[in-house]
Design a protein around this ligand. Structure first.
Ligand SMILES: [Zn+2]
Length: 561
């Protein structure tokens, strides 16, 4: 098995007839999936998503793939194939299209409708190419065939890419629910047919590669959801992802069966369900949906609200209900159903919301206490099946942290893929398919690009370090008026601190240290505001560390007297 190496450099030119594959996101992390294929001087991009920040990235809205390595080659891009409409697959598209708006977007009907709604907010009118399973279309030297896959959003596609270098099959996100609500299963017959033709490189979803067995069917949630609706004494408030059309379909069906009316709450929920209904992916029984006003007039036991916020997102409807910052007031006897996953990293936020809702008297049903969620990704058993059906020559696990990629690679090897043909790569690692063999040949930049308020790519790791310091340690600013002739303090410095525990006397001890540092500097002939500021920062920093075991940010300001 080939592993990526940290000292990889810019790769040599791709040999004629070869195919180059570089993931700019999604390898070594869950999110911002983006894979760039290069052949005969042209590029094809599969997905362009965002990654959501973690606690150590304060203030960041979303994280984009780094487009540096393709920025000079945007004119070579034939198309962006979007496998499905999740944010971690389409969220980065507006930012890439800002750089070249006419790159064709290729995707299924629902995927294109979701990205279109998003692009409208960015005032971009994209070039769209709608495809469905079974379609074959060429984009420059890339002959693409689209294959139905089942996932936690309808209308997902895998893509087979034929070039002179061989046949590539990219699953996108998928699972193998044999009884999905829409009857549209992952097309294993197409996988098998492509396997017969000979898949030279198989890129497959690693998200659940560590989970043994098989992912349960969406339909198996019915009993638990039924129980909630049958036993809820008053309102039922359901929170789910605004893209999980089938989960919401189940909620609507059960609500209808129990004589409840439903209202959608939250901008993205209202928008997406409107799109899904209009395009026929969501079937709403007549008279079921009502607006909030009409809902308020109904008895509580005939009401169901469907909202966003299942991940504890502070601005989403559910969090605001929990914080009493929403028109919907949670009261004794309400039932809240979190019909969603709990994405790692969001636990604290979600449990905080559950605690608050419970405090207001709600009965909260979630995946921790009832079977109200199944994953959207194939587990180890399904992946093994896929390898056995496809029988690929080479494998590049995608979509996952290192442990997920490794688990997926191990499954590939166990099903008989030669270890030499299994490559574990991180973002930016260049994998070349030449003469039917894969090889890591280098690395291109693939760092984090932060969207931070209105700036894109402006915020650096240094900014985030400063924010963490401010959050954890606080800040002390020192204004020192220095006599230009002597280089010594002209008067007592002023201290201003925030987040650093202090009282009036705290800074008295540090003044002599500053005086000493300035005297030494004067003796040695060191002058200039910048140097003196550095000296002061060091003196105050050392003092804070020694005396208080704290490392606040120090902002020194030297003013000439
Ligand atoms: Zn997905």
């Amino acid at each position: 098995m080939s592993h990526a190496h940290p000292e990889l450099r810019t790769p040599p030119p791709l040999p004629a007839g070869g195919l180059r594959v570089v993931a700019l996101g999604g390898l070594g992390e869950i999110g911002r999936n983006m894979t760039v294929f290069e052949h005969a001087g042209r590029l094809l991009i599969v997905d362009c998503g965002v990654l959501f920040p973690e606690e150590h990235q304060p203030g960041v809205d979303v994280i984009l793939p780094d487009f540096t390595s393709i920025r000079d080659r945007l004119d070579d891009v034939e198309a962006i194939v979007l496998t499905h409409g999740h944010e971690d697959h389409i969220g980065g598209v507006p930012y890439l299209l800002r750089e070249r708006p006419d790159i064709p977007l290729v995707g299924s009907k629902l995927t294109l409708a979701f990205i279109d709604a998003k692009l409208k907010e960015h005032r971009i009118r994209p070039v769209k190419v709608e495809v469905s399973e079974g379609d074959e279309l060429a984009f420059g030297p890339f002959d693409c065939e689209f294959v139905a896959v089942n996932h936690s959003i309808p209308d997902s596609l895998a893509v087979a890419i034929r070039t002179a270098a061989g046949l590539v099959l990219h699953t996108g996100d998928f699972k193998m629910d044999q009884f999905p609500l829409d009857g549209r299963i992952t097309d294993l017959r197409a996988f098998a047919r492509l396997g017969e033709e000979g898949v030279d490189l198989f890129l497959t979803d690693s998200t659940n590669a560590e989970v043994p067995g098989f992912t349960t069917s969406e339909g198996e949630l019915v009993p638990a959801i039924e129980t909630v609706f049958r036993t809820a004494p008053r309102r039922v408030i359901v929170s789910s992802f605004a893209s999980h059309v089938h989960r919401i379909q189940q909620i609507l069906d059960v609500a209808h069966a129990h004589g409840r009316k439903v209202a959608f709450v939250g901008r993205s929920m209202v928008r997406n369900m409107g799109i899904a209904q209009e395009l026929g992916y969501l079937t709403v029984p007549p008279g079921l949906l009502v607006d909030m006003k009409a809902l308020e007039k109904l008895p509580a036991d005939r009401v169901c609200l469907v909202c966003t916020g299942s991940q504890g997102e502070p601005m989403a409807a559910l969090s605001r209900m929990a914080n009493r910052d929403h028109v919907i007031r949670i009261t004794e006897g309400d039932t809240v159903l979190l019909a969603s996953s709990l994405i790692p990293g969001n636990e604290n936020a979600v449990y905080r919301v559950i605690n608050e809702l419970t405090r207001w008297g709600a009965n909260v049903v979630h995946k921790g206490n009832a079977k109200v969620h199944v994953s959207g990704h194939a587990s180890a058993g399904e992946l093994a099946y896929c390898y056995n059906v496809v029988r690929p020559r080479n494998v590049l696990p995608v979509h996952g942290e290192w442990r997920h990629l490794k688990a997926n690679a191990d499954i590939a090897v166990r099903t008989g893929v030669h270890p030499r043909g299994v490559v574990i790569a991180e973002d930016g690692v260049v994998v070349d398919l030449v003469d039917g063999r894969v090889r890591i040949t280098g690395k291109v930049p693939a760092g984090n690009v932060y969207v931070d308020g209105m700036t894109v790519g402006g915020a650096t790791e240094a900014h985030l370090r400063d924010r963490r310091t401010l959050a954890n340690e606080g800040v002390i600013s020192v204004v020192a008026i220095v006599d230009a002739d002597t280089g010594l303090l002209a008067e007592e410095p002023d201290f201003l601190a925030r987040g650093f525990v202090h009282d009036e006397a705290t800074f008295e001890d540090v003044v002599p240290l500053i005086e000493k540092a300035l005297a030494k500097a004067a003796e040695e002939g060191v002058g200039g505001a910048v140097q003196l500021e550095q000296l002061i920062a060091r003196a105050v920093g050392t003092w804070a560390n020694k005396t208080y075991r704290r490392s606040p940010m120090i902002i020194p300001i030297v003013v000439d007297a």
